[in-house]
Ligand binder design. Structure first.
Ligand SMILES: NC(=O)c1ccc[n+]([C@@H]2O[C@H](COP(=O)([O-])OP(=O)(O)OC[C@H]3O[C@@H](n4cnc5c(N)ncnc54)[C@H](OP(=O)(O)O)[C@@H]3O)[C@@H](O)[C@H]2O)c1
Length: 227
């Protein structure tokens, strides 16, 4: 796999986490401009300071993705910091435990808001920026069991199913614009007779593969575990 060169690129991670900033560490010295977005100001500042300490040109933008006004303000600040946006990674995701027969409207709304509407709120502002510079790539990080309500809660599965249908429609409408959308599904790893979560290194390697090969869909790990 060709090493990625982001020197001339600007990226933005919504729902940035300590795992996600390791992507930039592996790109150094060709990490380009790194925008970080999340709802927690203190955590954002810590992650940004860590990146700056590694020599990366980083900036943070506080936003609750479920609030379109907050997202608009964050993108207004982002577009002052960078005139371009080449790569957008959506890592926001909340889980739920309620069963289909018990789930409340407020729980469905909480999960749909973060996992589905949050992406829509962001992507409606990502698109014009990418179109202006001739394209870009969006990577949506989700779970490989996202569409299986028998394995995951109904709210989680419904939000991810909505996002998958939206993505399918978007991909068709964006044909020819140079904007590519990759759905990255994170699974689990077989470990002896049981299973384990993916490590940070495995997730970072998966994101880097998605960025360099630009597939429509990529799964890291598996759900086909022998239990
Ligand atoms: N890690 C895995 O092994 C794994 C496995 C399967 C699926 N996934 C999928 O991967 C994605 C990321 O999961 P993760 O475990 O890496 O999550 P994570 O570490 O909790 O990171 C998600 C980030 O999104 C932020 N966030 C949540 N709601 C937000 C909102 N309304 N506005 C702005 N930021 C918000 C969180 O902030 P706070 O800290 O304030 O909550 C957090 O910084 C999810 O879609 C998840 O379903 C991950």
């Amino acid at each position: 796999m060709e090493p990625l060169d982001f020197s001339a690129k600007t990226s933005l991670i919504a729902g940035v986490s300590a795992d996600m900033i390791e992507i930039y560490r592996s790109l150094i010295p060709k990490a380009g401009k790194a925008g970080l977005m999340s709802r927690n100001e203190k955590k954002l500042d810590q992650l940004m300071q860590r990146l700056i300490g590694w020599g990366v040109d980083a900036a943070s933008f506080r936003a609750d993705v479920t609030d379109s006004a907050s997202v608009l303000e964050a993108f207004r600040e982002f577009s002052v910091w960078s005139k371009r946006l080449d790569v957008f990674i959506y890592n926001v995701g909340v889980v739920s435990n309620e069963s289909a027969s018990e789930v409340t409207e407020s729980e469905l709304s909480r999960v749909m808001s973060a996992n589905f509407f949050g992406f829509v709120n962001c992507f409606q502002l990502v698109m014009p920026m990418m179109k202006k510079t001739g394209g870009g790539q969006a990577v949506i990080i989700s779970g490989s069991s996202a569409l299986e309500p028998e394995r995951e809660s109904v709210a989680y599965a419904a939000s991810n199913a909505s996002l998958q249908i939206y993505t399918k429609a978007l991909r068709r409408e964006l044909a020819g614009t140079g904007i590519q959308i990759t759905e990255l599904y994170l699974g689990k790893m077989q470990s002896g007779a049981g299973w384990r979560w993916l490590t940070c290194e495995e997730i970072v390697a998966g994101v880097l593969r998605a960025l360099s090969t630009v597939p429509d869909r990529l799964t890291i790990g598996t759900m086909k575990l022998s239990e």
